[in-house]
Design a protein around this ligand. Structure first.
Ligand SMILES: NC(=O)c1ccc[n+]([C@@H]2O[C@H](COP(=O)([O-])OP(=O)(O)OC[C@H]3O[C@@H](n4cnc5c(N)ncnc54)[C@H](O)[C@@H]3O)[C@@H](O)[C@H]2O)c1
Length: 250
C-alpha cells in the first residue's frame, strides 16, 4: 500500500515550482491532493498532470493572503474527499531588492500578507479540519532565510523567520491532539525563475555559497516535506528543517 493512501492533502501555491513537485509526489504516494493557487490555470495544469498519471487531484483557486479563501479551500477538500489530513502551506512571493530605509511599504504588506498571514490563515482553518479527521500533519514553507538574513530582502526574511515561530506555537498547541506542524527551510532552488533572473556570474556566485556547490532541486525539497508529513516523522513537531546544501553552515 502506498504511504499516503487514504489521506487528503492541500498544497498551496501548488501550481508551480516546489509546490508542484510536492503535490505530484504526494499524489504518486497515494494521497488525494487539492492543488490550490492564485492562478487557477496553473493549479489545473498540475491537477490534470496528476490525474493523467493515475493519481487523484483537484484544482482550487485561492489567494492565500485572504482568510476566507483559506476557509473555502479547506471546506472544498472536506466536501470533495471527505476529510483533511495533510497540508503544505507553500505559497510565497518575494519583492524587488531594496534597503529598509527606502522600502516600499506596499511591497512590505504584499509580501507579509502572503508569506506570513497566508500561513496563519492556512493553519487557522486546516487545524480544526485535521482535529475532526482524528489527526494530521502540516509543513509550512519557510526558507534558509528563516534563520539567516540577506540584505535588501526585509519583508521576505522577516516573514520567513516569523513563520518559524508560528510553527512552534501550532506544535505546542496541537501536537498532543495528533496534529504535527513543522517548517522547512530550502536553500536557493534551481527554478526557471531563479535561473532567468540571474546573470551567469551571479548564478555561479550563488551556487558557490552552498557547500554543495550548486543550487537545490524541487525534488530535494519535496523529499523532506513528504518525510515530515509521513508517519516516519511521528515524533517530529515544532521544528525547522533545513534543506540548503550547506548554505547556512558557514
Ligand atoms: N525557489 C527557491 O529558491 C526557494 C527557496 C526557499 C524557499 N522558497 C519558498 O518556497 C515556496 C515556493 O516557491 P517556488 O520557488 O516554488 O515559487 P514559484 O513562484 O515557482 O511558485 C509559487 C506558486 O505560488 C503561487 N502564489 C503566489 N502568490 C499566491 C497567493 N497569494 N495565493 C496562492 N498562491 C500564490 C504562484 O502563482 C505560484 O504558482 C515559497 O514559499 C518560497 O518562498 C523558495
Amino acid at each position: 500500500m502506498s504511504e499516503f493512501e487514504g489521506k487528503v492533502a492541500v498544497v498551496t501555491g501548488g501550481g508551480s515550482g516546489i509546490g508542484e513537485a510536492i503535490a505530484k509526489e504526494l499524489a504518486a504516494a497515494g494521497a488525494k491532493v487539492v492543488v490550490t493557487d492564485i492562478k487557477l490555470d496553473a493549479a489545473e495544469r498540475v491537477a490534470t498532470s496528476i490525474t493523467e498519471a493515475g493519481g487523484t487531484a483537484s484544482a482550487f483557486e485561492a489567494n492565500s493572503a485572504i482568510a476566507a479563501d483559506n476557509e473555502r479551500m479547506v471546506a472544498f477538500a472536506v466536501d470533495t474527499y471527505g476529510a483533511l489530513h495533510l497540508a503544505v502551506n507553500n505559497a510565497g512571493i518575494g519583492a524587488a531588492p531594496q534597503p529598509i530605509g527606502e522600502y516600499d511599504v506596499a511591497a512590505w504588506d504584499r509580501v507579509r500578507s502572503v508569506d506570513l498571514d497566508g500561513v496563519f490563515y492556512g493553519l487557522r482553518y486546516e487545524i480544526p479540519a485535521m482535529l475532526a479527521a482524528g489527526g494530521g500533519a502540516i509543513v509550512n514553507m519557510s526558507s534558509v532565510l528563516g534563520s539567516v538574513g540577506i540584505a535588501q530582502n526585509a519583508a521576505y526574511v522577516a516573514s520567513k523567520h516569523a513563520l518559524v515561530g508560528l510553527t512552534k506555537v501550532a506544535a505546542l498547541e496541537y501536537t498532543a491532539q495528533g496534529v504535527r506542524t513543522n517548517a522547512v527551510g530550502p536553500g536557493f532552488i534551481d527554478t526557471p525563475l531563479v535561473r532567468s533572473s540571474l546573470s551567469a556570474e551571479a548564478l555561479s556566485a550563488l551556487e558557490s555559497e552552498h557547500a554543495a556547490g550548486r543550487l537545490g532541486t524541487d525534488a530535494e525539497v519535496a523529499a523532506l516535506v513528504l518525510f515530515l508529513l509521513s508517519d516516519k516523522a511521528s515524533f517530529i513537531s515544532g521544528s525547522y528543517h533545513l534543506v540548503d546544501g550547506g548554505y547556512s553552515a558557514h
